[in-house]
Design a protein around this ligand. Structure first.
Ligand code: NAP
Length: 494
């Protein structure tokens, strides 16, 4: 499909998910409440899904527990589980247009990015873990006297997942693929705003041969369905991607229920640090602009703080703003669109408030408008504010929108101090040609991900995660498997 009209015509033909997915089939729930799924582009409902009651959550967890206990999945040889994941990846590929449309409808991501970045990432995730299935080993320490000790990894049992709306398919896939490869069952609650693509992914899983009950999707609000799931005594482990405020609550729920393991991937306020000796300032400017506008800035790793050396600041900011001014903001079904709408009207108002407040407190608006645009669709042009100080909320808090906060530094020491003056520790970009400086900064920056002369590079082989208020867990790579397995030591006396 090449045009907006072709995508729209295709979207019209799709039957959108409107029920939960439990025990291998749609489930309407036992309650009468439903949540509308609202397109940020038209601001009208495109579908609705049930609000799971506590009884529904119990039913989902019980189904997952039964499926786990039956051994229908956990007792398969890893290679057999891998085969299902590989078939699943193939089906994701076959259904990539449809999945992309669901993402675009539910959260407004431009259709080409939805298909070629988000859906492809989900496909790659299932393929990577599927291929890994029969290439993992347990351990036995060498040369114990009179004994053999086996260090083995077992599935934890029932894993709960709670996920956000900004990458509804990829982030869930990063959890589902390793959790299921390890032999667990899973119950996931997607964000209220964006449940459609995940519901379809679960349906596709059945077609790939995933046994019923191994992947359960419950829908409903975080405050009721999510809390019930997080407090559930029959859930062994909880994996979460979302905001720090909710992450903290989940730790409390776990502490007040069965002390389940909780793995948190939270927000960020990532610096992009540009030194005067950057190898190519034009590439740096283009990347800085991209890193605050991709997904309309609704990225945990958004490069939302530009820290730029004072000697080049004026020229560099001018280049960044010129880059940003070229981005096409608009209808996400238009393949030429680069920035779609932000998630909703309330979210847009909150984003604008950060910029307005910073300007009131002395920052300078150098790109964008602080007024809401009129008409349907929660659109927002990129905003750049210079003279942002560390005491501004715009410097410290996650905005989750296309707002770049610019602060200058004089030397390396100040750059590090500013970078680390944050409760978050997710990503950081460093632009320099000085190899020693690149290594020094990589060591001294308090972040889980440091990109030198690039930004947002990633691969399934490499872990993704943060520290400080950005969470303490990782998705992707071999390392993600450890959160979905329990270690066991068995001693055999000889
Ligand atoms: P959110 O408000 O924290 O919501 C995330 C999920 O938690 C949603 O499913 C939400 O349900 C649910 N939830 C809300 N309150 C809950 C409660 N009391 N108990 C249980 N579940 C609850 O985050 P969001 O607005 O969807 O996503 C944006 C945040 O995610 C940002 O902070 C962003 O940085 C972070 N994020 C982090 C990463 C990473 O890998 N580190 C990646 C992407 C996004 P409802 O939808 O019903 O509210």
């Amino acid at each position: 499909m090449n045009t907006r009209q072709e995508w729209m015509a295709f979207a019209e033909l799709l039957k959108l998910p409107s029920a939960m997915w439990l025990n291998g089939k749609p489930f309407d729930g036992t309650g009468s409440d439903r949540h509308a799924v609202v397109s940020p582009h038209t601001e009208t409902a495109v579908s609705s899904v049930p609000s799971a009651t506590a009884a529904d959550v119990d039913f989902a967890v019980a189904g997952a527990r039964d499926a786990f206990g039956s051994g229908v999945w956990a007792d398969l040889a890893p290679r057999e589980r891998g085969t299902v994941l590989l078939r699943w990846a193939d089906l994701i590929h076959q259904h990539r247009d449809e999945l992309a449309v669901l993402i675009t409808l539910e959260m407004g991501k431009p259709i080409v990015q939805a298909r070629d970045i988000e859906v492809r990432a989900a496909e790659n995730t299932f393929r990577w873990y599927g291929e890994l299935a029969d290439k993992m080993y347990d351990e036995a320490p060498h040369g114990l006297r009179g004994a053999v000790a086996l260090v083995t990894r077992e599935p934890v049992g029932v894993v709960a997942g709670i996920t956000p709306w900004n990458f509804p398919l990829t982030l869930s896939s990063w959890k589902i693929a390793p959790a299921l490869l390890a032999g667990n069952s899973m119950v996931i609650k997607p964000a209220t705003q964006a449940p459609l693509s995940l519901l379809r992914l679960a349906e596709i899983a059945s077609a790939a041969g995933l046994p019923d009950g191994i992947l359960q999707i419950v829908t409903g609000s975080g405050g009721s369905t999510g809390e019930t799931l997080a407090r559930h005594p029959n859930v062994d482990c909880l994996t979460f991607t979302g905001s720090p405020d909710v992450g903290k609550k989940l730790l409390t729920y776990a502490g007040e229920s069965n002390a389940k393991a909780v793995h948190l991937e939270l927000g960020g306020k990532s610096p992009q640090i540009v030194f005067a000796d950057a190898p190519d300032l034009a590439v740096a400017a283009r990347t800085v602009a991209w890193a605050i506008t991709f997904n309309a800035g609704q990225m945990c790793t958004a490069g939302s703080r530009l820290l730029v050396q004072d000697t080049i600041a004026e020229r560099f900011v001018a280049t960044v703003t010129a880059e940003l001014a070229r981005y096409r903001v608009g209808d996400p079904f238009d393949p030429a669109t680069e920035i779609g709408p932000v998630a909703g009207p309330q979210h847009r108002a909150e984003i604008l408030n950060y910029a307005r407040e910073a300007v009131r407190e002395g920052a300078t608006l150098v790109l964008g408008t602080l007024e809401e645009c009129t008409g349907a669709g929660t659109y927002l042009e990129p905003i750049v504010c210079t003279n942002v100080r560390p005491d501004h909320r715009l410097f410290q808090e996650e905005v989750f929108g296309p707002v770049l906060a610019v602060t200058t530094f004089t030397d390396e020491a100040q750059a590090v101090e500013l970078a680390n003056d944050s409760q978050f520790g997710l990503g950081a970009g460093v632009w320099t040609s000085n190899l020693s400086r690149a290594h020094r900064l990589s060591r001294r920056i308090e972040a889980g991900l440091v990109w030198v002369n690039c930004y947002e590079e990633g691969d399934m082989t490499v872990p993704f995660g943060g520290r400080k208020l950005s969470g303490h867990s990782v998705d992707k790579s071999l390392h993600a498997l450890s959160k979905f397995t329990s270690m066991k030591t068995t001693w055999i006396h000889l």
